[in-house]
Ligand binder design. Structure first.
Ligand code: NIG
Ligand code: FE
Length: 410
């Protein structure tokens, strides 16, 4: 058995036996913090924690690894509830086009964007996609990510969507952190279906979904509900079909426009509605009536220069907020959640505590991992972050761009 004691911890954060699985409104500010604390683990499972003065519960000190947490914080690791981690190559030429004045939507209309990624992906083998994605995941872990959701959506054909999902399935098996798989066949219409949307949706429903269900390749189903992408009615058809196979909706809505996708996704039992750079009063009212968690992606707003999601408005309406990276090659090339934490504070005026909870407890909820992730409690094997020596927790989002994590236990 591997025994580990972290002692003299400056602050042990979100450790407790009855912490909630979701934080709404004012609750998002609350952060349990035990100062001058210890945390004991056996084979990764929390067996004891508390004040250094009460250090107990450790009967046998033989072969015990001891980490000195002097000046350091110990935190539940971040959960990244929205990423596109499997892809073939980067798209910095589109970045240059945008600097020169084109918008993300204009680039996509020229055949760039998601379709560009789909062309590249079809050329790569499963092994190569796997190896590259695994390296990315290892990098995210070093930044403090302890669980990740990964979408398909750069396949857009039966063969390539299945290829992506098989890569994600293999990542689930071999990566050291928990992974959730989301089927995003409805990410964009391939050129050949540009004038026959119904035919592509038929392909999703009649060919992709049965195969995905048969091979157990996905946990969730996503759809990019947006002008020039999928309409609300198209999303309705796709999500209903996915639900028949047990796939829970978790969707892209309101990135550029309000089409009514939030309300529709909630009606269909969505676990989360993601993006929300744009939001209407009707969306807020629908969210209030539901258990669906709004998930904001500030990396995308930063990179595309579009509005940031209005987290304050959601919080004032007593709603929960989760944050995620949206790591992808087109709209958010960073998967570093320390940076997302900072953007949320600087650009969305979330407090350091609110943003931290949005990246941990609420993010775990947004990917169905509340039982195992997002907080520290006895008997759990949650991934845990040990920070570097830092003056306060707020220092992490404050000193943006630096690496503040010394070690992560996964
Ligand atoms: O979440 N908006 C749709 N999908 C991604 C971008 C995908 C891409 O550009 O490759 C997003 O921003
Ligand atoms: Fe996305």
């Amino acid at each position: 058995m591997k025994k580990l004691l972290i002692k003299n911890i400056k602050g042990l954060v979100q450790a407790g036996e009855d912490l909630p699985t979701i934080l709404r409104g004012k609750e998002m500010k609350s952060l349990a913090m035990i100062e001058n604390a210890f945390l004991a683990l056996e084979d990764g499972e929390v067996v004891s924690y508390g004040k250094m003065d009460d250090l107990s519960g450790i009967d046998d000190w033989r072969e015990l690894e001891i980490i000195d947490g002097e000046g350091r914080y110990v935190l539940p690791a971040f959960c990244d509830a929205h990423t596109h981690t499997v892809f073939a190559r980067s798209r910095e030429e589109e970045f240059v086009d945008r600097i020169n004045g084109l918008s993300y939507e204009e680039i996509a209309l020229k055949g760039g964007g998601i379709l560009n990624s789909a062309r590249r992906l079809s050329e790569l083998s499963e092994d190569d996609l796997f190896a590259a994605a695994m390296q990315r995941i290892e990098r995210f872990i070093s930044y403090g990510t302890g669980a990740i959701e990964i979408k398909s959506g750069y396949g857009l054909s039966l063969e390539s969507e299945i290829k992506m999902l098989r890569v994600i399935k293999r990542l689930k098996r071999e990566a050291p952190i928990s992974i959730k798989a989301t089927f995003l066949g409805a990410h964009a219409f391939p050129i050949e279906f540009k004038n026959d949307h119904a035919k592509y949706i038929d392909l999703i429903i009649n060919e992709m979904l049965p195969k995905i269900a048969e091979d157990g390749l996905a946990d969730y189903i996503d759809c990019f509900c947006e002008r020039n992408y999928f309409s609300v009615d198209e999303m309705d058809r796709i999500l209903r079909a996915g639900k028949k196979y047990g796939l829970i909706p978790k969707v892209h809505v309101n990135q550029f426009s309000v089409l009514g996708g939030v309300k529709k996704a909630i009606e269909l039992g969505a676990l989360s509605v993601d993006h929300l750079e744009e939001i209407s009063e009707e969306d807020i009212e629908a969210l209030k009536e539901s258990d669906c968690i709004p998930t904001i992606l500030p990396g995308c707003s930063h990179f595309l220069g579009i509005p940031f999601g209005n987290a304050r408005r959601l919080i004032e309406n007593d709603l929960p907020v989760a944050l995620a990276s949206d790591f992808n090659r087109g709209s958010s090339p960073s998967g570093n959640l320390q940076f997302i934490w900072s953007l949320a504070c600087v650009k969305m005026k979330m407090t350091a505590e609110e943003a931290f909870n949005a990246l941990t407890i609420n993010a775990a909820f947004a990917m169905g991992l509340s039982d195992s992730h997002g907080r520290i409690a006895l008997g759990r094997c949650s991934p845990i972050i040990i920070t570097k020596e830092i003056p306060s927790l707020s220092y992490i989002p404050y000193a943006f761009g630096d690496q503040h994590i010394e070690r992560i236990l996964v």
